[in-house]
Design a protein around this ligand. Structure first.
Ligand SMILES: NC(=O)c1ccc[n+]([C@@H]2O[C@H](COP(=O)([O-])OP(=O)(O)OC[C@H]3O[C@@H](n4cnc5c(N)ncnc54)[C@H](O)[C@@H]3O)[C@@H](O)[C@H]2O)c1
Ligand SMILES: [Zn+2]
Ligand SMILES: [Zn+2]
Length: 368
């Protein structure tokens, strides 16, 4: 069967749907037939050069599908299993993994970028995108990156758990676990920020303040339980958050935009003793400016969130159980289902703030 992928040939060029040749599987790899792949802002940031990416590369890191083949050493999944793919393929054996900090695994990046992946039709090697490359009909990934999911979970829901939901909900559940009764603000209401809002709600936040310039995204936030919304294009975000929180600031502020000014606003809108959790992925060259004096006098904590501090084998099933119970209404995040050939229009939507998450679905993949 010939496989196809959406290839980023050069930074800032549109992705091109081309035939790809997947490498023969290595002992510790699996072949996944991709059934669904969400389009995350980090894909757009890689395509535009805001975040680093090797080229040519098959993007996509929020994927789910069916195991088609396994390498000789793979025992925890078998052909036919449904899986979601984690974009940090933690090794389980390094200093960080032994501490339970799998999201900081030092071997994940080295191992995914050195594994056999794919070439184009000319034989030119293609870079993987974080070991997932889900903008494709099928992929090769490390077996340790895949988590088996129940057969009745829709693939589009499972795909979102692979990045946006893992990161956003994980921020409020794992990285900066929200205490019940807290005042929580979320700045940036894309798939990641809205998942953080849902996660904060699961943890029993009493006030949920949602901030985004796009009116339709603020409306969805209200449907998801936001108690207050703020339009940063017409309102002073720090003043408004303080007005809602007894002049203190929010107990927790989650930044899910990925820009220095919104990170600085998040810090200012955090109450003394509170937590600013930076989830957005800013360019590596960007610097933030915080008052050193405020940091110590006001005893604030600034915490960076890498992948919602996920332990995928533990947390993906937990997130899906919360979805099943209705506590994480992930269906609300999916505003468009598209074919692989339409991936560039999903980037246009991310740039214009239209909808929330587009998910590429492969209708040819049928559950067993
Ligand atoms: N930390 C991680 O591990 C991780 C994982 C996945 C994604 N990310 C990052 O999280 C961020 C969000 O991703 P997404 O897919 O939800 O993106 P998205 O584009 O869907 O959402 C970003 C939102 O920010 C809003 N926004 C823009 N300017 C704003 C402002 N001044 N104030 C408030 N809101 C503003 C936009 O309108 C948009 O709704 C991105 O930076 C992405 O790269 C980080
Ligand atoms: Zn992502
Ligand atoms: Zn490790």
């Amino acid at each position: 069967m010939s496989e196809h992928g959406a290839i980023l040939r050069a930074i800032s060029e549109p992705l091109r749907l081309e035939e790809i040749h997947l490498a023969p599987l290595a002992a510790g790899q699996v072949r996944v037939r991709i059934a669904a792949s969400g389009v995350c802002h980090s894909d757009l940031s890689q395509a535009t050069g805001v975040l680093p990416a090797g080229t040519p590369c098959v993007l996509g890191h929020e994927g789910a599908g069916i195991i088609e083949d396994v390498g000789s050493e793979v025992t925890h999944v078998k052909p036919g299993d449904h899986v979601a793919i984690a974009w940090i393929a933690s090794c389980g054996r390094c200093w960080y993994c032994y501490r339970g900090e799998l999201h900081l695994c030092r071997n994940a990046i080295r191992d995914v970028y050195s594994m056999p992946y794919a070439t184009d039709t000319e034989g030119t090697p293609l870079f993987t995108s974080m070991g997932v490359s889900s903008f494709a009909t099928a992929t090769n990934c490390l077996a340790r990156a895949v988590v088996k999911i129940d057969d009745d979970v829709p693939f589009d829901i499972a795909a979102l758990v692979g990045c946006g939901v893992a990161t956003g909900a994980g921020a409020a559940l794992n990285t900066a676990p929200v205490e019940h009764g807290s005042a929580v603000a979320v700045i940036g209401l894309g798939g990641v920020g809205l998942a953080a809002l849902m996660g904060a709600r699961v943890r029993g936040a009493a006030e949920l303040i949602a901030v985004d310039p796009v009116a339709s995204r603020r409306e969805i936030a209200i449907e998801l339980g936001a108690t207050h919304v703020i339009d940063p294009s017409t309102e002073d975000v720090v003043q408004q958050i303080k007005a809602i929180t007894g002049r203190r600031g929010a107990d927790y502020v989650f930044e899910a935009v990925g820009r220095a000014p919104t990170i600085e606003t998040s810090f200012l809108a955090t109450r003394p003793g509170g937590v600013t959790c930076v989830v957005g992925a800013a360019s590596p060259t960007e610097k933030i400016s915080l008052s050193a004096n405020d940091l110590y006098i006001q005893g604030k904590t600034v915490v960076g969130c890498q992948y919602g501090s996920m332990v995928p084998g533990r947390d993906f099933p937990m997130l899906l159980n919360l979805w099943r119970s209705g506590a994480l209404p992930l269906d609300k995040l999916i505003t468009r289902r598209i074919g692989l050939g339409e991936v560039n229009s999903a980037f246009d939507d991310l740039m214009s703030g239209s909808g929330i998450r587009s998910v590429i679905v492969n209708d040819e993949v049928k559950a067993n």
